[in-house]
Design a protein around this ligand. Structure first.
Ligand SMILES: Cc1ncc(COP(=O)(O)O)c(C=O)c1O
Length: 369
């Protein structure tokens, strides 16, 4: 019998596991308010909840592997060809599938310096190299991305708006990025937060994807629709891409209650409007209040704001602020793992929570340096 132990493939143990937003406060006596994972502060649509509960009566059944009803609902809602949709256990799974389908060891993906960590994890798991393009001004930079593309590049990933920065790329810039890519490189436009941007010149990328052979737009029910627990994501992609992803995805990757709740959520315009209104009301207020404290707030187009603090070891550093808020039950997101040790990301919450976080931070900032 061999004495050697099972070995992970080369590179696997060099991967830094995804760091989710914290959900616990250091003091167990405090019920914390989580503003660390860009979830929907309003919860989810009552109709989606009812559909989820109704699905409880069918838990012995496998879900529909083809997602036929959800597919039809999304196709109808966004006027898309149903056969060009592919579904995932969250949009996270779609990034992983894209990497698995297109990357051979030694191939590379290109993404922004502060881009969403899941793209890189999936690429590394396939033996791919991850190339990070500088993001001056914390914004996706078209020329820097294009400069890293070579004959072994298979995928270019970016989120619009981006996480954790909250910044956007205009439709014109996205089209310039696409025009600069060779036809065999897939441009992945991650629209997890796209509904939250109303900026002039912004587009969710779907119109570009309608006519391009190498554009994939991903979407999620986790943010606007408040169904993060159910893990429902989808992509609009060229048919050959869909055909490839569908071959390797797990057959029942979207759970039955998730499919039903997502259909109901999509039809609940009132809940979507209320969710957008909450962000539109409190994002400028938080931006202004944080700026008023002398902090460096990055103008956001998403349901969170990224805010820069004085550099550590200043007593008012981001790390000290995160701990100060956590002690009081306000959980925000340190983004050291994104290479932003002096920033915190705060998800837009309900009015009393937004006001309380600002009050706590204002007290924190008044502390003697
Ligand atoms: C930019 C971005 N893309 C994708 C996701 C993942 O979404 P899902 O819940 O659909 O996997 C997130 C989640 O935080 C995100 O921030």
């Amino acid at each position: 019998m061999s004495k050697t132990l099972p070995q992970a493939k080369p590179g696997i143990l060099d991967i830094q596991a995804y760091v989710p937003g914290k959900s616990k406060a250091p003091n167990p006596a405090i019920v914390p308010v989580k503003m660390s994972s860009n979830e929907n502060a309003l919860g989810c649509s009552p109709a989606a909840l009812a559909a989820f509960q109704d699905a409880g009566g069918r838990l012995s059944r496998y879900p529909d592997s083809t997602n036929a009803d959800l597919r039809a609902a999304i196709a109808n809602h966004y006027r898309l060809e149903p056969e060009r949709l592919v579904f995932g256990c969250g949009s996270d799974e779609i990034f992983a599938l894209l990497n698995q389908v297109y990357l051979e060891p030694g191939d590379n993906i290109v993404m922004g310096q502060f881009g969403f960590a899941a793209y890189a994890i999936g690429a590394r798991a396939c033996g791919g190299e991850v190339r990070y393009a500088d993001e001056p001004k914390l914004t996706t930079h078209v020329d820097n991305l294009l400069a890293l593309v070579d004959e072994r590049t298979k995928l270019v990933f970016f989120a619009n708006p981006s996480n954790p920065t909250g910044t956007i790329l205009s439709d014109e810039e996205v089209r310039r990025l696409h025009a600069g890519l060779p036809g065999n490189v897939i441009l992945v436009i991650d629209g997890a937060y796209c509904e939250f941007s109303r900026a002039p010149g912004f587009s969710d990328g779907i119109d570009l994807a309608r006519t391009a052979d190498n554009v994939v737009v991903t979407r999620t029910f986790s943010k606007l629709h408040g169904l993060a627990a159910l893990r429902v994501g989808w992509a609009y992609a060229p048919e050959p891409v869909v055909a490839a992803l569908d071959r390797i995805r797990l057959p029942f990757n979207v759970v039955l209650p998730g499919q039903d709740a997502a259909i109901a959520a999509l039809a609940d315009q009132d809940f979507q409007d209320r969710s957008l209104a909450l962000v539109e009301q409190w994002r400028p207020w938080l931006t202004q209040q944080l700026g008023g404290m002398g902090l460096d707030v990055i103008p956001s187009e998403a349901n969170f704001v990224l805010v820069g603090f004085p550099k550590a070891p200043d007593a008012r550093s981001a790390g000290a602020a995160e701990a100060y808020l956590a002690d009081r039950g306000w959980i925000v997101r340190g983004v050291k793992n994104y290479g932003l040790p002096d920033h915190l990301r705060i998800t837009i919450g309900l009015e009393p929570h937004n006001r309380a976080v600002i009050e706590a931070l204002s007290n924190f900032m008044k502390a003697k340096p």
